[in-house]
Ligand binder design. Sequence first.
Ligand code: DLL
Length: 434
Amino acid sequence: MTNDSPYDELEFASERDLGALQLERLRWSVGQAARSPHYGRVFAEHGLGPGSIQTLDDLQKFPLTAKRDLRDSYPFGVLAVPKEAIVRMHHSSGTTGMATAVFHTAGDIERWAGLVARCLHMAGLRRGDVFQNMMTYGLFTGGLGLHYGAEKLGAFVIPMGAGNSRRQIEFMHTFGTTAIHIIPSYAMALLGTFEAMGVDPRGLSLRLAVGGAEPYSEEARSRLQEAWGMPFYNCYGLSEMCGPGVAFECPEQQGLHLWEDAYLGEVIDPESGERVADGEMGELVLTSLTREAMPLIRYRTRDLTSFAADPCPCGRGHRRLARIQGRTDDMFIVRGVNIFPIQIERVLMSLPQVGRSYLVVIDREQYADRMTVQVELTPEAFAGDLEQLQSLRDRIADALRRETLVRPRVELVEAGHIPRQEGKAVRVVDKRDD
Ligand code: DLL
């Protein structure tokens, strides 16, 4: 395999070269982290430092870092450089009640843009492409993160931001957009606007899409690819590790290559904290290797995934992560059974009568948990007679019971009934605590 990426020869580095680089960078990153008040204290307590690392496995001597550690030392406790060295900040939305501020030096921004450019190049984006960035700009990293990467690569970037659906489509047409970056649930919702405008996305100049920032199933991806007429590449990242650009799919679309020259990944059992074998699902733990302002050592992402056990046919040595199944805290428990929203999505998106959106509502009926799944139908399916609809409702409830072990109440609703979000989709409303 030759390396035709002008962005980074590391993309095809040999295992030995990559390992040596990781070791050197890991020592540097631990030393850099030690400059922050938080890690300075934690490392001193455990008697740890760059000298504790002889091999990459020595990372396991270090304690895990939890989101709570960032919150407890908010806002500057994990900052490892003087404030004058910061050129930008991003911030998590705080929807889980745990706001996090993330700081960057000029070098951090440059390296992050390089990683994103590498991702986009791997997916086939080139100079001359018109890249419409349809993610929110601002504190959220999806906007500026992809923007800088696409510009670095030399693409013509349209910084649209999210929403304003008709205008998005008009711009695609007027400026000959060839690539988009979009939240998958918004990509699904936008298909309704295309229909209303009488425009077929497959008739435009579009040729590739990048979608991430929220879990979506393989079934949802297939639908998107079919309707838009182009590949959707899965993009993973989190603000704490810069944002998008941590892991990305190659044209094989068989998992996301974690850029291991920039991030060391481990998958652990969330209960015991022990590493699990490749192929086994667990919580992703990441260590940044090149971040100056805010290095994080063994950070618990709470995202559930696994490492692929086999190498990728594309020849890149950077290990692949399976599609993220959700976060440990997305899981909800109904009548004692653990359920992830993506299990519900997989079932629904494999049924042709099901439309583009769904919502799980959990409440209580006479002290017992009750799960209701609102399902949007396609206009054709919704036009069916009452008997057909009842039988469809039963079939959906049965399929969901087979997948989740709980038989939900199913409410069939018209296309467009469930409120759309421009940002990450809300899939579950739990009313039990109200
Ligand atoms: O969502 C960064 C991002 C922007 C990624 C644009 C991809 C594209 P946060 O807002 O900090 O950052 O949220 C991070 O979103 O821990 C995952 O739970 C989830 N997430 C991100 N990408 C994916 C994905 C951005 N491809 C959190 N699949 C992460 C599933 C994802 N979940």
